[in-house]
Write a protein that binds this ligand. Structure first.
Ligand SMILES: NC(=O)c1ccc[n+]([C@@H]2O[C@H](COP(=O)([O-])OP(=O)(O)OC[C@H]3O[C@@H](n4cnc5c(N)ncnc54)[C@H](OP(=O)(O)O)[C@@H]3O)[C@@H](O)[C@H]2O)c1
Length: 250
């Protein structure tokens, strides 16, 4: 019998994991549907919210899912909490892919804050030239500090634009290399970067570039996530899933 796996995605790792597992299991990848033109995923995809933990629990039961994999972004805390709860309610095993966060190293000038609104405060009262490497939902908080110049990069256009007098918008999807990031920071004369602690290589370029240029970084700490079995890499998670399949004779 082929086992059924639901992967909660929205990350590069989720897509890679789906590709790795598709040969041995019936894999469905779930996306929130936020990105207007998501990259091709290579496995069947379902899109949109489930209607909270209860809705997800019902989905797991109705579709006979044997294993739930939470491979969402580390800042997507609500879906991760819902996934842990739904797995408990539905009696379905869950495992999470938890990419480790970045740690500051010699030369980094980080100010760490808990939430995006604290990052706005961390820019201070004097006008700065800030690069916001944040999602389009998060940048709205910076309207509270209209004295700064903002360079805003997002996958989808920020609509409506921020109600601030001086903002420049870029549309781009990673990965972003250090050399390109350095050129971007220099071209726009950026003196402070606001980032989430996403971890991984794909978006580390701006952090390395800021360090090389001596630029400050306001780092928004990760939210608390539920305590479920987890692995740090796609390979380690795939190994857990293979073991799960063998143990359950699926
Ligand atoms: N937050 C980030 O910085 C970030 C960065 C890159 C990618 N992403 C991806 O973008 C998606 C949305 O992020 P978010 O921070 O808005 O999430 P969130 O706040 O944790 O979730 C909000 C709601 O979106 C729905 N949802 C989220 N992920 C889903 C998925 N994979 N499949 C189906 N429904 C999903 C759920 O709706 P219901 O309650 O109705 O089920 C959830 O309650 C996530 O899948 C995440 O992996 C997020």
């Amino acid at each position: 019998m082929t086992h059924r796996i639901l992967i909660l995605g929205g990350t590069t790792e989720a897509r890679q994991l789906a590709g790795k597992l598709a040969a041995r299991a019936s894999v469905t990848l779930s996306l929130a549907g936020r990105t207007e033109s998501p990259v091709a995923q290579g496995v069947p995809v379902r899109t949109g919210g489930f209607g909270g933990a209860e809705g997800l629990a019902a989905y797991l039961q109705e579709t006979g899912i044997d294993l739930l994999i939470d491979a969402t972004h580390p800042y997507a805390a609500r879906i991760s909490a819902n996934a842990a709860q739904a797995a408990r309610v539905a009696g379905v095993p869950i495992v999470a892919l938890r990419r480790p966060g970045w740690e500051p190293v010699e030369g980094d000038r980080w100010t760490q804050v808990d939430i995006v609104s604290d990052a706005v405060q961390a820019l201070g009262p004097a006008p700065r030239r800030a690069f916001l490497a944040l999602g389009r939902q998060e940048v709205a908080a910076f309207e509270a500090a209209p004295q700064h110049h903002y360079l805003i990069r997002s996958v989808d256009a920020v609509e409506p634009k921020l109600a601030v007098p001086d903002a420049h918008y870029l549309l781009a999807r990673g990965p972003f290399r250090e050399a390109e990031e350095r050129a971007l920071l220099e071209e726009h004369r950026i003196d402070i970067v606001v980032s989430k602690n996403s971890g991984g290589d794909a978006t580390y370029g701006k952090i390395a570039a800021a360090r090389a240029l001596g630029i400050e970084v306001v780092m928004v700490r990760r939210p608390a996530l539920p305590d479920v079995p987890s692995a740090e890499t796609v390979e380690a998670l795939a190994a857990i899933v293979n073991q799960f399949g063998a143990d359950h004779l699926l």
